[in-house]
Ligand binder design. Sequence first.
Ligand code: ADP
Ligand code: MG
Length: 260
Amino acid sequence: MAVNHQAGREAPDEIIIRVVNLKKVYGMGDAQVVALDSVGLQIRDNEFVAIMGPSGSGKSTLLNILGCLDRPTSGKYYLAGEDVSDLNKTQLAIIRNKRIGFVFQSYNLLPNTTALENVMLPLLYNRNGSAGSAEQQKQKGMAVLEAVGLADRVGHKPQELSGGQVQRVAIARALINDPVIILADEPTGNLDTRAGEEIMALLAELHARGSTIVMVTHEDEIAAYAQRVIHFRDGHIEIDQLNGRRAPGLKNLEVSDAGR
Ligand code: ADP
Ligand code: MG
């Protein structure tokens, strides 16, 4: 188990995500784009964080690195105390499947595949049988669908569900491996206002039950559900502030330059 040397402590000190001097550069030579520049950040267990900022400011790049979909060019990323900055693609895929629940704007569900089969899919990639027997896997799938209010839709395929319901299936799929963190990139971006509110109510409920959530959005009304809002500009953090309302237990949070 990796030790978080910078903090001088092991993982269970509540910091789930710790990013130090993170940099991401795309392309080469004249075509280089610095998507993230010296980003430092700490996110604690059970925080609900919204990431905002103009298009191209680096929000998705950050989320993809936090979600182990991509690697930083330089800098460190500790996930639950483990240094994942230099892992290769295969190692990242294992960490991602075990520890991360990812929700995208465009659902990414398999068509012609039932809600239950879609949510069970990540269990297929679990090595060494850790996902349990076929029956246990099915029960787990049913349980996460029930948790998102879709117990009566388990046999429906995406095309037989509304946009809001499809996104709830995607959230159920993100929950199936008990992730340490849920990452959502504009989860309401393709939904009408009412369906978007349903999805936010669901994320708020998951947060209340203990989930740690980091969500990208460009809508103030959506960001208002979060406890903490981080604004990006040109690849760096411009503002990092608590949302004012529900912040008990976060008083000692080192907010702005915490991870540097
Ligand atoms: P946001 O999500 O805030 O809109 P992104 O993180 O997607 O911003 O992009 C940040 C910057 O990096 C932008 O200038 C974008 O054009 C660039 N970028 C993102 N992905 C790639 C890529 N795969 N190759 C080259 N440039 C990229
Ligand atoms: Mg984006």
